[in-house]
Structures are given as C-alpha cells and as structure tokens.
Design a protein. Structure first.
Length: 193
C-alpha cells in the first residue's frame, strides 16, 4: 500500500500535467493541478499518498522498535497522512479561494516540519535493525532541511519543478519504509515457515 500510494500519486500528477489545459509543470505547483475542472485527477493521487503515509504509520506501529522517538515518528506519519488528506479535501489551493477559513498555508508549514522530524525520529529505531536505512533517513531529513525552506522564496516561474523535487524526498521516505516492511514480512514468514 505504501509503494502503491506513491505510484498512484506520481501517475496522477503526470496525467494531470498533460490533461489540464495551459498547465506549465515547471511554473505551476501540484496544488494548481488540484483546482478546477480536472481536480479529481490529482485528488485521487493526493488521497492515495495520504493512505500510503497512514499505511506506513500502521506498519511502524505493528513492528514497533520500542523507543519514544519511534512512537513520535508513528504519530508524525499519521499526522502527515491527515495533513495530505486535508490538503486534498479542502480544495482551497491553486484557485485563490478565500471563502471561509483558508488553512492551506498552515497545512504546508505543518507538513514541512513533520517531513523534517519523521525520518529523523524513525532513524533511531531503524539503527537497530537496518543501519543503512537509518543513515538514509537521516540524509533525507537533512536534504529536507536544506531544500524545503527555499521553496517559499522561489520565483513562481520555477516553483512547480522545485515542489516536485521535494515530493521525491517525501516519496523516497515512504517507498523505502514500504520496501523495508516487505523485507521484514518475508523474514518473519521464513522464520515461521
């Protein structure tokens, strides 16, 4: 589910890039694809990615590494899943909607903080069972710390491409977790069988 959610999200963005008229994938953000007549295409991907994050949280809870940092990482993954879902459900992005309370910016800030903390927190538990993955998660956290903040200061002529790069960091975390849990499942099946 974790890996499939990322694949569906990536495919939905690619489809929307071609289907949405007058869309410039370098200048326009994914949020711009999620507004208007064809919003359902990207919304499907957003919900799939949300489900992928929640699947990762459930997997982490199932194979708990016994630390508070791991528990905090689980809560962070669940929070990321909820935030991504709300971004899709609120539909207040890309179309400059100002009706009611506009929370998109706050959701993005929360997502930014959690995307820094979650891989860093999980890396401590992974260090006991997958040292290479633990190091990779710390690298992902550092990459996020270095590259996420400049997004808010970029010219709108390139922020769409930059946002897609940040999305690759987020998807890398989810795909690597999914792959790790698939390996853990096989190992447990081999022990039992």
């Amino acid at each position: 589910m974790a890996i499939l959610g990322c694949v569906i999200f990536a495919v939905s963005i690619l489809i929307a890039d071609f289907v949405v008229p007058d869309h410039d994938w370098i200048a326009d953000t994914i949020s711009d694809l999620g507004a208007g007549r064809y919003e359902f295409i990207v919304d499907i991907g957003i919900y799939a990615f949300s489900a992928a994050l929640i699947a990762c949280a459930l997997l982490c809870a199932h194979l708990h590494q016994g630390q508070r940092k791991w528990s905090a990482g689980i809560i962070g993954l669940a929070g990321l899943g909820l935030i991504v879902f709300l971004v899709g459900a609120r539909n207040e992005y890309g179309d400059h909607d100002t009706d009611g309370v506009v929370i998109h910016s706050y959701l993005v800030y929360a997502l930014g903080v959690l995307m820094l903390l979650v891989p860093w927190l999980l890396s401590y538990g992974l260090a006991h069972c997958a040292l290479g993955l633990a190091k990779t998660f710390k690298v992902l956290a550092v990459l996020w710390l270095l590259f996420a903040p400049p997004f808010f200061f970029l010219p709108t002529s390139i922020d769409g491409l930059y946002e897609r790069g940040l999305g690759l960091i987020a998807m890398a975390m989810v795909i690597l977790l999914g792959r790790f849990f698939m390996q853990q499942g096989r190992a447990l099946a081999d022990e039992a069988g």
